[in-house]
Write a protein that binds this ligand. Structure first.
Ligand code: CMX
Length: 438
């Protein structure tokens, strides 16, 4: 499958010249101004990162190399015309920039299948963790323990020229992505099926094999996981998991360390843990109301109660988006098409109608609309993947595609160590006062 790597290098190496030219000839050009408000709200909107794989528009949602989710569902190769696109194709698109053909995607599938061997010590590390360890703890520990396999790290220590860093990073990234379904499924079966593990099927695609190894082998679950793996893959570079991967990678830490760092960020409740929190919140509401078919009024009251307790309504709001997340819409359409009369999905749809005006009433929430996490859990739950403490691992497996494609490109450009400046609070106060006086 060497041709995919060669094709990547042929296409992407042209960008190195552009990067070098910008750095050399335009270093003094001003991009924008930074306000104290932006700094105080988590550096929102400050253009500070180079990320080619995807771009998020506040009013339209994510585009992967210029393609919306609806377009991806049309254009990326599928196993059958009625199915969902294969995540392998999205990885190719993000890495290289072109829509792949069917053969390219099948070749990536086969390549990942041949690379998917997980060393025994990784399973030993998982098994050594106490059963009470959260799935994301087990997942990130497994990834860290696999750093023994880093080809990049070995090449670096052997003194390889920096212009070849991308090459061994590519190898690590392909190996790492290939092994993630096996690791995720191992954790799932360990935690919820008494360690009754299922061997991989080398003839299945990446997401299909994940469903198979989790023990959810129906075509419906495979179709859902293909969609899931595509829509969660990337959300430009500034989100916590992508940024953490990039930041740690910028110190030339090996890709296993960089991706594990991203996963630890994803585990936070304001980011990827929100997909579990939504389920906690929905079931808490059902228990509190003692009703699994609540009225709109009851749901509205429960949302107000949540806000009055100083808690967030999980699955709602976004740091960048100002409209309903198209990743939410894609899943809602999937549910409309394939699922009938599911009580939990009905509640998710009711919350979608009721929550936004109530969140807007607070006057402070900038985006009252649902994000990707508001519905993803209800779909998994419908198909029998009911262990929702595991859901963030699934998000993490998908997120590898975007953040690791970016890491290969980071290394190709030779992006420098990331090192923004920090100042004490008094410095900002002084700057604000100086401007007041002018
Ligand atoms: N429920 C209650 N309050 C909310 C809220 C929500 N869903 N969304 C935002 N707010 C609050 C914020 O906590 C903040 O309150 P304070 O001023 O008291 O600190 C205020 O509204 C303004 O926040 P914002 O500028 O609108 O949003 P941020 O960019 O700060 O945060 C996010 C974005 C996603 C963390 C926030 O909307 C949130 O906490 N949502 C719920 C958790 C969630 O669904 N996260 C998943 C995001 C998608 C993902 O990464 O997977």
């Amino acid at each position: 499958m060497e041709y995919i790597k060669n094709r990547f290098y042929e296409k992407a190496s042209k960008c190195i010249a552009e990067y070098e030219k910008l750095k050399k000839n335009h270093a003094d050009k001003v991009i924008g101004t930074i306000t104290i408000g932006q700094i105080m709200t988590g550096m929102k909107g400050i253009p500070g990162l180079i990320t080619d794989t995807s771009k998020l528009d506040p009013n339209e949602g994510i585009r992967f190399r210029g393609h919306s989710i609806a377009e991806l569902r049309e254009k990326l190769p599928k196993l059958n015309p009625d199915g969902e696109p294969l995540p392998e194709g999205l990885f190719y698109l993000m890495l290289i920039g072109d829509i792949p053909d069917h053969e390219d995607v099948i070749n990536i599938s086969k390549d990942w299948s041949t690379r998917s061997y997980v060393p025994q010590h990784v399973f030993d590390v998982i098994d050594a963790l106490p059963g009470i360890s959260k799935p994301m703890t087990q997942f990130s520990a497994a990834i860290l323990s696999m750093a023994t396999e880093s080809i990049f790290q070995k090449a670096y220590r052997a003194g390889v020229n920096k212009k070849y860093y991308w090459d061994t990073t590519y190898e690590d990234v392909m190996n790492l992505i290939a092994r993630l379904p096996r690791i995720a499924a191992y954790i799932y079966r360990r935690m919820f099926y008494n360690s009754d593990h299922i061997e991989p099927n080398p003839h299945l695609d990446w997401a299909g094999n994940l469903a198979h190894m989790m023990g959810h082998n129906s075509e419906e679950v495979k179709r859902l996981l293909r969609l899931y793996m595509v829509i969660h893959a990337d959300h430009e570079g500034g989100n916590v998991s992508a940024h953490a991967t990039h930041l740690v990678g910028s110190a030339l830490s090996n890709p296993y360390y960089a991706y594990a760092a991203g996963m630890l960020g994803l585990a936070g409740p304001l980011h990827g843990y929100a997909n579990q929190d939504v389920m906690n919140w929905l079931f808490e509401m059902i228990t509190y109301l003692d009703n699994d078919e609540p009225s709109n009024e009851q749901i509205g009251d429960y949302i107000r109660k949540t806000l009055s307790e100083g808690r967030v309504v999980p699955g709602y709001g976004h740091a960048v988006l100002r409209v309903t997340d198209p990743r939410f819409t894609a899943q809602q359409e999937f549910a409309e098409r394939y699922i009938k009369n599911d009580k939990l999905i009905n509640i998710v749809n009711q919350v979608h109608q009721i929550a936004p005006p109530i969140l807007e009433e607070t006057g402070k929430i900038k985006n009252p609309w649902p994000n990707v996490d508001a519905i993803s859990g209800a779909l998994l739950y419908h198909y029998g993947i009911k262990e929702y403490s595991f859901y963030t691992v699934l998000f993490g497996v998908s997120r590898s595609l975007g953040v690791l494609a970016s890491l290969v490109r980071d290394r190709l450009y030779g992006l420098p160590i990331e090192r923004p400046s920090s100042f004490p609070l008094s410095w900002f106060k002084q700057k604000a006062e100086e401007q007041e006086e002018q």
